[in-house]
Design a protein around this ligand. Structure first.
Ligand SMILES: [Zn+2]
Length: 227
């Protein structure tokens, strides 16, 4: 394995550790693990060193215990949908693709979350997506939010995409947008590598950029379809 390849893997590993910003700041251990990631080898079981290591690392999906609680009812049915107002302040089309993939997972069950933009260029959205050359921070994407009573606080979601690492690489943009959006709708990390592995794996050495079956199952559990 070339040094270049190692660097890219380590960057991913650290990036996804840091992506859950709230936990990153709360857990000094995460910093130590990040150092480990930068000095250790890369491979599927690197996931073991992430914050999802331990007893839950082989789960299909894990919830963060928070969801977007607002909903509307589809006329003439009992079906609810949870519309989340989003805005893409970046130049990455992958963000819009990520919304589409979570709304309509390519594989796996349907759900009732509905990420939709009002097209208004301000920072009052439930989730605003920014990009910048944040530098060699160790993270590709970074998701933050606040919540109360198990519900995301409306307008509190913020995703930062680090152009330093993902500029010019669509797959990196897509998995980062998918992964951070997964956090923003209530999904945490899982850790295993199989074909079609979830985007909620906190390292990218499994090679999947699209919302997978387990991701879809998680979204459907948090936002049951036509509940
Ligand atoms: Zn993450």
């Amino acid at each position: 394995m070339t040094d270049e390849k190692k660097r890219s893997m380590f960057a991913v590993l650290a990036s996804l550790l840091a992506a859950r910003g709230w936990r990153w700041r709360l857990a000094p251990l995460a910093a130590a693990l990040s150092m480990l990631a930068f000095s250790g080898g890369a491979g599927a079981k690197d996931c073991y060193f992430e914050d999802c290591g331990g007893s839950n690392n082989s789960a299909c999906w894990l919830g963060e215990g928070v969801r977007w609680c607002q909903y509307s009812v589809i006329n003439g049915t009992n079906c609810r949908y949870h519309q989340v107002n989003v805005y893409n302040h970046t130049g990455y089309g992958a963000v819009n693709t990520a919304w589409q993939q979570w709304n309509y997972p390519p594989v796996g069950p349907a759900n009732s979350v509905f990420l939709k933009t009002d097209g208004i260029n301000n920072y009052n959205h439930d989730i605003d997506y920014d990009w910048a050359y944040y530098g060699y921070t160790g993270w590709w994407g970074y998701a933050t939010w606040s919540s109360a009573g198990g519900c995301f606080t409306r307008g509190s979601g913020h995703v930062r995409l680090n152009r330093t690492y993902i500029e010019g690489n669509y797959n990196r943009q897509l998995i980062t947008a998918n992964h951070e959006t997964g956090h923003e709708i209530g999904l945490g990390h899982v850790c295993y590598c199989t074909p079609g592995a979830p985007v909620m794996i906190p390292c990218l050495n499994c090679g999947n950029s699209n919302v997978g079956s387990c991701d879809a199952q998680g979204a459907a559990a948090i936002y049951p379809n036509c509940q």
